[in-house]
Design a protein around this ligand. Structure first.
Ligand SMILES: NC(=O)c1ccc[n+]([C@@H]2O[C@H](COP(=O)([O-])OP(=O)(O)OC[C@H]3O[C@@H](n4cnc5c(N)ncnc54)[C@H](O)[C@@H]3O)[C@@H](O)[C@H]2O)c1
Length: 364
């Protein structure tokens, strides 16, 4: 803790460990940038929505550095090799060397893109995450997954590459559109529902303050999510084991996102409906009580999140789930509840039960 409401924790990865700072107004606090990056050349990568809001504040704080910026167009459709190349071209045109620093200022799209470019330029230069969406603050900016999309699939080209630090200024969330904010809350709920019963109960108690984006509660929520994710990443950086539990609801969610066409449903909205479906399946399989499933639905509902998927047809959904990358060895691996606040991966879900859940949740 370094101030009244500013909190810090560390992702423990040996000599690649790094701090996560969370608090209001810290975007302009250059003292939070790792000391060994002092004075180095900086390229801030951001987008056309975030730049007018926050670029000057960040650039202004970086006195003593040469600071350049690259403003990319906004949108998941620009998370491509073309944008990646634009970042590399810029770094090369500037004559930046191996000691340069990439700063990713924006949501998960910018973080994933800039992180992947930093991982590749001169075989890897330092980068710092400055996430400005709730989803990026609690999820995308932490853990070192970087990627761009390819026509054949989302995040198909990427690398595990950890940032040198994460600076999450919760004040930046004030300007986030409500739908984006709620989508981030779905991931917040995921951490409690799937991994931490006490945090889930805390979310229930603070649902109004969170909906209203009240600072101290928001800081606490972000730091708790980051500490859950940091512990998992420290144990399983490359998703060989427990990191898969972070995908609670995600197999259903990816089917919703693909089936509706990317962009119509925000990822977090699809995760909310996906968690309800995972809960329904868990109730049928006896690893969650109906009362616990009802608590999950109630919390998601109070955040204005969807509780069921759009009309897609159970068969279409099943096919899309089968195509999801969590299929391994020909069997569908699903993250299910193991009571509220815990989860497990199951590879033995009876197809009849899965079909029953899809049929029950299909509004068609
Ligand atoms: N690397 C990981 O571990 C990881 C985890 C989860 C998601 N992701 C990736 O993250 C991406 C989604 O991230 P996202 O939800 O942040 O989406 P996003 O980056 O597209 O941001 C959502 C929208 O909010 C705008 N925005 C950002 N900050 C703002 C602010 N403070 N005020 C106003 N508008 C703002 C953006 O310009 C954009 O229009 C996906 O590409 C996903 O694959 C990565």
């Amino acid at each position: 803790m370094t101030g009244a409401v500013h909190k810090t924790l560390e992702v423990g990865l040996g000599d690649r460990s790094y701090p996560i700072h969370v608090g209001p107004g810290i975007l302009g606090d250059a003292t939070l940038i790792p000391a060994d990056l002092a004075g180095r050349d900086v390229l801030i990568v951001t987008n056309a929505t975030v730049a007018p809001l926050y670029l000057d504040r960040l650039a202004g704080a970086l006195s003593g550095h040469r600071v350049e910026s690259l403003v990319l167009p906004d949108g998941e459709q620009f998370k491509t090799l073309t944008s990646f190349t634009a970042i590399i071209d810029r770094l090369a045109d500037l004559g930046y060397h191996r000691d340069a620093v990439v700063m990713a200022l924006g949501g998960g799209v910018i973080g994933d893109l800039a992180g992947f470019a930093a991982a590749c330029y001169q075989r890897g230069i330092a980068f710092v995450q400055l996430p400005t969406t709730l989803l990026a603050q609690v999820d995308a900016a932490v853990g070192g997954k970087t990627a761009v999309n390819h026509a054949a699939g989302k995040n198909l080209i990427g690398a595990f590459y950890q940032p040198r630090g994460v600076i999450a200024d919760t004040d930046t969330l004030d300007t986030l559109p409500v739908r984006e904010y709620r989508a981030g809350l779905a991931e917040v709920v995921k951490y409690g529902a799937g991994l931490d019963a006490a945090f889930f109960a805390w979310l229930e108690d603070h649902r109004d303050a969170l909906s209203e984006r009240r600072t101290p509660v928001l800081v606490e929520a972000v730091i708790r999510c980051c500490s859950i994710k940091a512990a998992i990443v420290a144990e399983d950086e490359r998703e060989a084991g427990c990191r898969a539990l972070l995908n609670l609801g995600h197999t259903f969610a990816h089917a919703i996102e693909t089936g509706t066409g990317y962009g119509r449903w925000l990822h977090g909205e699809a995760v909310a409906a996906g968690m309800v479906m995972a809960a329904d399946l868990s109730v049928r399989l006896g690893s969650l009580s109906e009362a616990e499933a009802a608590r999950l639905r109630s919390l998601l509902e109070s955040f204005g999140l969807p509780l069921s998927p759009p009309a897609m047809g159970g068969d279409a959904m099943l096919e899309l789930m089968g195509m999801d990358k969590k299929v391994s060895g020909g069997r569908l691996h699903l993250v299910l509840f193991d009571g509220l606040g815990a989860s497990l991966v199951r590879a033995d879900v009876p197809i009849t039960e899965l079909k029953a859940v899809l049929a029950a949740s299909d509004p068609a």
